[in-house]
Design a protein around this ligand. Structure first.
Ligand SMILES: *Cc1c(COP(=O)(O)O)cnc(C)c1O
Length: 352
């Protein structure tokens, strides 16, 4: 069976060594040695000022919204469901703005007309690791005094204009889920350059604690455990190899697919991309379904990321988003992972 992605498993001996440290320390969670080490290593690797590790990539979205937003939040309909559900879960109202037909990120030219007196924030996704137009969005946010949160779940290792994409927005979040590029099994992170805001995010992820008997404010439990950090520390040394292998597969698709009838993702200018997904956009849904069926018959399982368009969820106000709905009906993510074999790649190319 060929899935759309395969979790990277580090050599078990290396994982054992990390887990042994947990036993030696007799310390399982609450910012132990391994979580602190993983934070330091990621900070150095990514070039970010602050990082708070979390138990998944959804809680940091909820925490950022809780701390920064209320009322209406402008957001993208083309993302994983967690982007929208986090807004609704935090009792805010998602206000969708359609996407750019080639970059697939929120269409910044349509944001201003969606702003009302109730708007407090913009929550946009750098979808497939492709950066939003961060400059334009920052300009709009400044003009209307809005906060900017980026769902950067797909963005491990992405740089924009030579700098980590996590350094943009008031807060950026990432997911370290097993299906993501860098993973800790389940896990995630939030990134924030402002020290005061970072402090607030940090205590919010640990029940609001200020020492054992005092509290800064309301909080929740979103802490990463030592067990998760052990996986992260074992995976991290392999990231360059993983990225290299994925680049080769992406290059192969780029060189061998026939783009006269297929559209590929347009990566924003001046981006160092991370080869996180390989979406292709068909001429129509019927063609997508045909290819999907043919591949499934060969036990190859590409995925319809992202389908359906999130404005069509039954718990949101279903404003039409023509571009997002149209793209969502035609986009298919092809298998992409380090161990993917050339024979399989040829089969996929042939079907397409
Ligand atoms: C994976 C993902 C999330 C959620 O991350 P988890 O770690 O699974 O909680 C949020 N947003 C996007 C865009 C994602 O792809």
């Amino acid at each position: 069976m060929i899935p759309v992605t395969k979790t990277f498993f580090p050599p078990i001996k290396e994982y054992h060594c990390q887990v042994q440290r947990i036993w030696d320390n007799q310390w399982l969670t609450n910012r132990g040695e391994l979580v602190k080490e993983l934070e330091a290593n990621l900070k150095a690797e990514l070039g970010v000022t602050n990082i708070t590790l979390t138990t998944n990539g959804t809680l940091p979205l909820q925490i950022a919204l809780k701390v920064l937003a209320g009322g209406e939040v402008i957001t993208t309909p083309f993302s994983y469901v967690a982007t929208t559900s986090a807004i609704v879960w935090e009792h805010c109202t998602p206000v969708f703005v359609d996407i750019h037909p080639e970059y697939l990120t929120i269409d910044e030219t349509k944001i201003e007309s969606a702003i009302t007196k109730k708007t407090t924030a913009i929550l946009a996704t750098h979808v497939f690791g492709n950066p939003c137009n961060v400059e334009e969005i920052e300009g709009i946010a400044r003009k209307y005094n809005l906060k900017v949160i980026y769902d950067a779940a797909h963005c491990y290792g992405v740089k924009y204009k030579g700098e980590s994409i996590f350094n943009y927005g008031d807060v950026s979040t990432c997911s370290f889920h097993a299906t993501k590029l860098f993973h800790t099994g389940e896990g995630g992170a939030m990134f924030c350059r402002d020290e005061d805001l970072n402090h607030k995010l940090f205590y919010s992820h640990n029940f609001g604690h200020n020492g054992p008997e005092d509290f800064y404010g309301v909080g929740i439990n979103a802490k990463m455990s030592e067990l998760q950090a052990a996986m992260g520390l074992s995976v991290l040394p392999y990231m360059n190899k993983i990225l290299e292998a994925r680049k080769k597969i992406v290059d192969f698709y780029n060189e061998n697919l026939d783009f006269s009838k297929l559209q590929k993702l347009k990566i924003r200018e001046r981006t160092n991309w991370n080869y996180s997904y390989y979406p292709v956009i068909f001429e129509n849904e019927a063609k997508l379904l045909n290819v999907k069926k043919e591949l499934n018959e060969q036990e190859i399982y590409p995925r319809r990321y992202f389908y359906p368009s999130l404005n069509l969820l039954d718990y949101v106000n279903r404003d039409r988003m023509p571009v997002s709905e149209n793209i969502a009906s035609r986009v298919l993510c092809l298998p992409l992972y380090k161990e993917l074999e050339p024979e399989v790649l040829f089969k996929i190319i042939k079907s397409l």
